[in-house]
Design a protein around this ligand. Structure first.
Ligand SMILES: NC(=O)C1=CN([C@@H]2O[C@H](COP(=O)(O)OP(=O)(O)OC[C@H]3O[C@@H](n4cnc5c(N)ncnc54)[C@H](OP(=O)(O)O)[C@@H]3O)[C@@H](O)[C@H]2O)C=CC1
Ligand SMILES: O=C1O[C@H](COP(=O)(O)O)[C@@H](O)[C@H](O)[C@H]1O
Length: 486
């Protein structure tokens, strides 16, 4: 008779912001939906000297805050029964004994180690897990981003983790790949014949990818000031989105088929020269302003930030892909904190008709556009021109709107829920392979180096706006403007 294997999910950094804000809420939702196997156990670890009850109580406190209306006492109680805790100092091998003891109860079970700590600890954790005999041939490890600070440090971490886990055991997470609309973009592109003939330089004028946040750096100032928007968002999330838009059709949805195609795009990105850094990149840093009608402090006034910090909280780039499909099509990338609205979207701007029989100027204003929204709502809009009802032939812009919440009324999995399920099922398709990650570092490094070399400070922008004026100028040089229709 087939037996269900036990699962132990060990979260390193189990008391941290990500664990409390995203991972435990995601696991709670999966539990409530009956998607966690009955034997699955979640073991939090950190240096705090908590016991199981202490961890459950901390997790409950935070869950009430982060789950809001989704928190239900009864469900929490059954979920909390899965939680355990082992104090571990990642840098002290002998401190892994408590964890080893917890895991010893189920020696043949599946083990997943989720490393939700600073990446500087990933090597030590892997080494000590191995020394304690806790890694099995089918154990899996999840690595949070950003992995390292640059190509060299990312290689070093990958080499070190790779001594103990094979590449097929390593799940490099990029939670943007877990968002439903991103997977829907794959479905739209490769499940329909309609878009493929148009998805190329002959018909696409430009692509814009925006991930704008209203929040500032909040309690993460200390972490953020060492990282900045390029490493925190562009090197991973924005480049992954660009790959999904631009890649060639993979032969299948198998992990390596998809990741091979993404890698080709990363390798085909036109490298930035020193001159490009000046003309094709903008970095900004927010100053005091307003957000949601309330005054907010500037970046340099946030806690944990050095008074003379040059860390960028905003990046805009003009990227190009050197392939037959995309040559000459600008891909504009933009991300920032303390921006006017929270919006994450991919905009495909198509070319205008070659000649208008209606006397409408062939302007970008009247061209077709596809807007794939990831946040705040999950929608795909196709902007078309249609005849206005009446006795004259007058054209008006209209939208064909696909609202996923409307179209599919079932509960939608949050990104971390989907990705945690994939880790448990052993599906690597939505995780980043080492060579992809390194190609992304290789592309962003000259931009970071170019910024350092100029000695210039990031351009200031007022909190609650769309970033520095130079960001608009980046597009206006091509006669274009950012899509800012909220
Ligand atoms: N927070 C977020 O929104 C996001 C975070 N990430 C990534 O996730 C990772 C974690 O981020 P976040 O949760 O914000 O960080 P936090 O600083 O909030 O949490 C860090 C966690 O690591 C533990 N820790 C620190 N040092 C050690 C050590 N020597 N041994 C064992 N545990 C240790 C801390 O507990 P203690 O100090 O008690 O030991 C804590 O539980 C980072 O790589 C970050 O880049 C990625 C995307 C979003
Ligand atoms: O990875 C990160 O993402 C969040 C934004 O994620 P979202 O799903 O809320 O759009 C960002 O705030 C954080 O700085 C970054 O580390």
């Amino acid at each position: 008779m087939a037996t269900t294997r036990t699962l132990d999910l060990v979260i390193f950094g189990g008391t941290g912001d990500l664990a409390m804000r995203k991972l435990l809420p995601a696991l709670y939702h999966l539990h409530c939906d009956g998607l966690l196997s009955p034997q699955a156990r979640i073991i939090g670890t950190a240096r705090d000297a908590l016991d199981d009850e202490g961890y459950r109580s901390l997790a409950r406190q935070q869950a009430e805050r982060f789950l809001g209306r989704d928190f239900r006492g009864e469900d929490w109680q059954t979920f909390a029964a899965r939680l355990a805790y082992a104090p571990v100092d990642a840098l002290q091998g002998d401190s892994f004994a408590a964890l080893a003891e917890q895991l010893a109860a189920r020696p043949d079970g599946q083990r997943v180690f989720y490393l939700s700590t600073a990446p500087g600890l990933f090597s030590a954790i892997s080494r000590h897990l191995e020394a304690a005999g806790l890694i099995g041939s089918d154990s899996r490890v999840v690595l949070e981003k950003p992995l390292g600070h640059d190509l060299a440090s990312s290689r070093q971490i990958n080499d070190e983790v790779g001594q103990y886990f094979g590449e097929e055991q390593i799940y490099r997470i990029d939670h943007y790949l877990g968002k439903e609309p991103v997977q829907n973009l794959l479905a739209l592109r490769f499940g329909n014949a309609l878009f493929e003939p148009l998805w190329r330089r002959e018909w696409v004028r430009d692509v814009q990818i925006t991930v704008a946040e209203q929040v500032g750096v909040e309690a993460r100032g200390d972490f953020y000031d060492r990282v900045g928007a390029m490493r925190d968002m562009v090197q991973n999330h924005l480049l992954q989105l660009l790959c999904i838009v631009a890649m060639e059709p993979p032969a299948s949805i198998n992990p390596d088929a998809v990741r091979d195609e993404k890698l080709k795009i990363l390798r085909a990105l036109r490298p930035f020269t020193a001159g490009d850094v000046a003309t094709r990149s903008v970095r900004g840093q927010y100053r005091a302003g307003a957000s949601g009608g309330q005054p907010v402090a500037g970046y340099l006034e946030e806690s944990g930030i050095a008074a003379d910090s040059r860390t960028e909280t905003f990046v805009a780039l003009k990227a190009e892909i050197n392939t037959w499909r995309w040559a000459g099509v600008p891909f504009f990338l933009r991300t920032g904190k303390r921006m006017q609205d929270k919006v994450a979207e991919i905009v495909i701007n198509f070319r205008s008709v070659p000649h208008s029989i209606f006397g409408i100027p062939a302007s970008p204003l009247h061209a077709n556009r596809m807007v794939i929204r990831m946040q705040p709502e999950e929608t795909v809009d196709l902007h078309l021109l249609a005849k206005q009802p009446g006795d004259v032939m007058q054209l008006q812009p209209v939208r064909l709107n696909l609202d996923f919440a409307e179209a599919f009324r079932s509960r939608r999995l949050e990104a971390y829920e989907r990705l945690l399920m994939d880790v448990m099922r052993g599906n690597l398709t939505l995780f980043v392979r080492r060579d992809e990650q390194e190609a992304a570092w290789r592309w962003v490094e000259p931009i970071l180096a170019g910024w350092d070399a100029t000695g210039e400070r990031p351009k200031p922008y007022t909190a609650g706006t769309w970033g520095p004026a130079a960001s608009s100028a980046l597009l206006s040089r091509d006669g274009l403007s950012w899509h800012e229709e909220i």
